[in-house]
Design a protein around this ligand. Structure first.
Ligand code: GLU
Length: 288
């Protein structure tokens, strides 16, 4: 089976150093395996999106030598597929409408566990839809972070598939699209490790294949917090890509050439004798 990897940014801001690390890491794994590297724009959450960010991300990646093998898939154009998955879950009695408010769930730490709405029905209130999560332990092997086992009911309970505002959740869209794009390995930041058990469970509910997972360490700022697009952290300059690219490659443990070369050359250099099993495991600052 041909390796198919992907980079799946959300257009909540321009590409920043943390997302560059995820993009470069997934690109290296795909190219090392002689496979394809795909792009997916996760633009399904308009309230969180920043105008121009999707176009900005798509224009920035090639400047860093990161060129996808297929046209980008836009989640905003995939609603029919999410509707179909939602319908499948509904037909199989796996989801339920829920009008619980935050305060009604405060007693259980915000977690919903009963497989049916425990909130007071409020006339006119649009429900969110949750997946019924039974007592189940989801185990998988993460290629960087090692073996993982999550008791889903304990950890997240009945999680939201479609929000009350009508938008589908990241979990549903991600699972449907990883299957649609034929992704064989998901390489992304460690901050998404705790979404993985939910996604594997959803794959089982929807009868979709489960890819392999490899969660890269995340870049932390000086205060030890994750760099995030929404805090405008460390924007990248597509006109001068090599300093940030060198730093991203160093963060991923790749040796850097002494001589000055362009982005394409840096990536080729980093790919020579790249070994995915030697990617670093722990998050930290970028010091290079
Ligand atoms: N869209 C997510 C983000 O930008 C990444 C999703 C994924 O790689 O599964 O954080």
């Amino acid at each position: 089976m041909t390796y198919r990897g992907r980079f799946a940014p959300s257009p909540t801001g321009q590409l920043h150093f943390g997302s560059l690390v995820a993009a470069v890491g997934s690109w290296l794994c795909a190219r090392h395996a002689g496979g394809q590297w795909l792009l997916r724009m996760e633009d399904i959450d308009p309230p969180r999106e920043v105008a121009g960010a999707a176009a900005g991300i798509l224009a920035t990646l090639p400047a860093f030598g990161l060129v996808a093998d297929e046209p980008a898939l836009f989640q905003s154009q995939r609603l029919a597929a999410y509707d179909a998955a939602f319908g499948q879950l509904q037909a199989n009695g796996m989801i339920f409408p829920c009008t619980c408010s935050r305060s009604e769930l405060a007693g259980s730490g915000g977690i919903h566990r009963d497989g049916k709405c425990v909130g007071s029905a409020q006339a006119g209130r649009t429900p969110a839809w949750r997946l019924r999560v039974p007592e189940v332990e989801v185990c998988f092997e993460d290629a960087v972070q090692g073996p993982q086992c999550d008791n889903l009911r304990e950890l997240v309970g009945d999680f939201v598939i479609r929000r009350a505002d009508g938008h589908y959740s990241y979990q549903l869209a991600c699972v449907v699209d990883d299957a649609r794009q034929g992704i064989t390995e998901v390489v992304r930041g460690q901050d998404l490790l705790d979404s993985t058990a939910r996604q594997i469970w959803l794959q089982r509910c929807l009868d979709l294949p489960t890819p392999a997972y490899r969660h890269l360490p995340v870049v932390l700022d000086a205060e030890g917090s994750k760099l995030s697009k929404s805090t405008q952290a460390w924007p990248l300059d597509p006109r001068d890509p090599t300093p940030a690219l060198r730093r991203a490659l160093a963060f991923l443990g790749r040796p850097l050439p002494d001589r000055v070369i362009d982005a394409q050359g840096l990536l080729s250099h980093a790919l020579a004798d790249f070994d995915p099993s030697r990617l670093p495991q722990c998050s930290g600052n970028s010091s290079a």
